[in-house]
Design a protein. Structure first.
Length: 295
């Protein structure tokens, strides 16, 4: 486990600044829409989307402030002007898509959800919940998939960069004195806890608000290992941001086809089925010598 950051002194002051800025404003922004739930107007929906999108940039803001005032370093230290190995971006984009497909397949394989008959194949839980419009033709399905896997990841990267600048671009390197393994796990755990207000409000695991925080944290630890690998291979927050943006675009896509899914067990990358897919990927990467990442 060799990385130049592992030889640096573990400094708590900038980490404290980072965590305060990453968490407190974000949690306030997460709960802000609750005060407008009764309105059900266009303005309330704008507040909901705007506040949650802004919350995604609080870890990035924390990184900027901790880097400047906690360490007195230049903005360029955050490596936003660096892309690194371009070939890694292919894996950043492809892996969430492949993992999501695997989660959908495992959901069906283990009987945690069922595929509808030909007549209602495109009427899964995601559609019936009103998350996307009813699919009236295979051509419409192709259009949804094409935009979800191309344009949506690029658009989402803008917001995901706010998180990845914080979690992988700043927090991960600061934890590397503990070793790559602990740094990956701890940063992923903190990332999961950061989602607590959202999960308690019923997001990702509707019907499981309490245990949902634990479930999300397991997922973020596993997904965080892959995102950490992307950062350490490129030394740039852009690669994990692209992967995070792709993840946000397609993580629940199998629910277009699946019915009667227990969201804890299957249907999305955040479920147990997704954990299995991620676990296999991590084991393969460890076996191939990709984890830990060599300097």
């Amino acid at each position: 486990m060799t990385n130049e950051n592992e030889n640096q002194k573990f400094d708590k002051k900038p980490l404290t600044i980072f965590l305060i800025v990453a968490f407190l404003p974000a949690w306030l922004l997460f709960v802000l829409p609750l005060f407008f739930l009764q309105a059900q107007t266009q303005a309330s929906r704008f507040i909901f989307q705007g506040s949650w999108s802004l919350a995604m940039w609080m870890p990035g803001l924390g990184a900027i402030l901790a880097n400047k005032f906690g360490e007195g370093k230049k903005f360029s230290e955050l490596r936003l002007n660096r892309l690194g190995k371009i070939g890694i971006y292919f894996w950043a984009w492809l892996a969430p898509i492949a993992l999501t497909a695997a989660a959908g397949f495992l959901t069906w394989l283990f009987g945690w959800g069922r595929v509808g008959s030909l007549g209602n194949l495109f009427d899964g839980d995601l559609i019936r919940a009103g998350e996307i419009p009813f699919i009236t033709s295979p051509l419409m399905l192709v259009g949804i998939f094409a935009s979800t896997m191309t344009l949506a990841p690029l658009f989402n990267t803008i917001f995901a960069l706010g998180e990845e600048l914080g979690w992988r671009g700043y927090l991960l390197p600061k934890l590397l004195p503990l070793g790559q393994g602990p740094a990956m796990i701890i940063s992923g755990m903190i990332w999961g806890i950061w989602h607590a207000p959202v999960i308690l409000m019923g997001h990702n695991y509707p019907g499981y608000p309490g245990i949902g925080v634990v479930l999300m944290t397991v997922f973020t630890i596993l997904m965080g290992i892959f995102l950490s690998w992307l950062y350490l291979k490129t030394k740039s927050p852009w690669a994990p941001a692209l992967s995070h943006g792709t993840l946000n675009a397609i993580a629940s896509l199998p629910l277009i086809f699946l019915h009667d899914v227990d969201i804890v067990l299957g249907g999305a990358l955040t479920s147990v089925a997704g954990w299995i897919a991620l676990g296999v990927l991590i084991l393969v990467m460890v076996g191939a010598g990709e984890i830990p990442v060599k300097a």
